[in-house]
Write a protein that binds this ligand. Structure first.
Ligand code: PCA
Length: 202
């Protein structure tokens, strides 16, 4: 079983991205019963799809687990759906801010993960990590990336599965907002290892 695990580069006011910190940690621990390869993704509406597609072509994974930072969240969020829409008030790392643009005018309005999200939720909760199922991945670069990953799964006739996981800031991560929620990086690492463990059992 091969898992492609992605995290994002820093964006906005952040000098680190918790998603990349956790991806690197999962890889370094090597605690998973799967071959886990990690790849960083750019916070760029225009570039991220090709970078993701290149990584999938290079690694030929059975599952894609995409991690992203959600600085306002106090828990791990399992994302159920990607919307076919891009909208941003603040530009991405290329300075691009789409105004209600479709990602792919020829595709569906929304794509859903085929992974058993409630089962993943239960498995993480049993390990006492704060987690919820989310029904909106936002309209920023994470949602755009998730839509691409789910499009790849569909093109591959579900030979690949994918899920997006939003993570809070990690404890000690530099933030302009001193009241931001944080979570120990060990808890987020355990959550991701749990997802990988569940996916390898399917
Ligand atoms: N979070 C952003 C993009 C990159 C990231 O880590 C988002 O939620 O869209």
């Amino acid at each position: 079983m091969k898992v492609l695990l992605t995290g994002f580069e820093p964006f906005g006011d952040y000098v680190e991205n918790s998603s990349w910190a956790v991806a690197e940690r999962v890889a370094a621990r090597g605690a998973c019963d799967a071959d886990v390869v990690v790849e960083p993704l750019p916070v760029s509406y225009r570039r991220v799809s090709q970078v993701l597609r290149d990584a999938v072509a290079r690694h030929n994974p059975d599952a894609i687990i995409l991690l992203g930072q959600s600085a306002l969240s106090d828990r791990v969020k399992l994302e159920r759906v990607a919307l076919n829409l891009m909208d941003a008030t603040r530009g991405d790392n290329d300075g691009y801010a789409p105004d209600e643009e479709p990602i792919d005018p020829n595709s569906d309005a929304a794509l859903f993960t085929a992974l058993p999200i409630k089962r993943l939720h239960r498995a993480i909760a049993e390990r006492n990590v704060a987690v919820k199922i989310s029904n909106s991945c936002g309209l920023y670069v994470c949602n755009r990336t998730y839509f691409e990953a789910l499009s790849i799964c569909r093109e591959q006739r579900s030979a690949i599965s994918a899920i997006f996981v939003h993570l809070p800031l990690f404890e000690g991560q530099a933030s302009a907002n001193p009241n931001a929620h944080t979570m120990p990086i060990e808890d987020m690492t355990l959550a991701v290892e749990t997802i990988i463990g569940e996916v390898t059992k399917l």
